[in-house]
Design a protein around this ligand. Sequence first.
Ligand code: FMN
Length: 242
Amino acid sequence: MESHTGRPWFAAVCAGATVVGALLLSSAPARSRSAAEATQPQATPAIGPREPLPPPRTRGSLSLEEALERRRSIRTLGGEALSRQDIGQLLWATQGVTSPEGLRTAPSAGALYPLEVYVATAAGAYHYLPGGHALEQVVPGDLRPDLWRAALHQEPVRQAAAVFVVAGVYERTAAKYGVERAPRYVHLEAGHAAQNLLLEATTLGLGTVPIGAFDDLAVQLALGLPGEQRPLYLVPVGHPVA
Ligand SMILES: Cc1cc2nc3c(=O)[nH]c(=O)nc-3n(C[C@H](O)[C@H](O)[C@H](O)COP(=O)(O)O)c2cc1C
């Protein structure tokens, strides 16, 4: 699907941004939220108990410079399941809590934390709860085929062991920074979080590629996301195929 010369996914990203902008302009003004309130997820109803993840490691075998040098978009991925440790590590890198005040691995404008992260595996789709470093299931069964269709049949999404979805809630950031500035901040934050995820995958020896070309509504429906959670990035991760 992705070519380095043609950029069909780029046109889709632009179309998606237009839709998101229109939705934002039509949304009601958000009430003021404290940082503590903002860290509470605006719920996708859980269908299972809260499942704690193994504690994240804060020592790795690769330096930051090595990870930066090695990171590459890899589009041929193996579907062999990731360990729970690796899934937890990838989620922690994306949005994990790293301070007693609730500050996270990725910076956030006003510490309002507008991002929500999901992961779809063969076993089901789960919502990440940064505060407890835990998962809660939101969809039973394997959503990866739905996400693959939503992502314009891009192969890495079908092949990956796990597809991470970064969604943004513009209203959380708009409450402090206004509706004009909020989309910029939320998109920048999605980039920070996704880069953390890509670098962590690299340090774990896993393959990954950031995917911006997808049908927003199809992803939202597949995951059952509340209307205010707009999917911004898909990040399939799997074992690289030699
Ligand atoms: C915002 C954004 C959206 C992207 N969307 C896609 C995509 O939909 N499909 C894809 O195969 N690659 C996608 N990519 C990956 C780029 O094609 C890739 O980063 C670029 O070719 C440079 O290669 P590298 O990542 O190996 O350095 C996207 C990258 C960015 C930053």
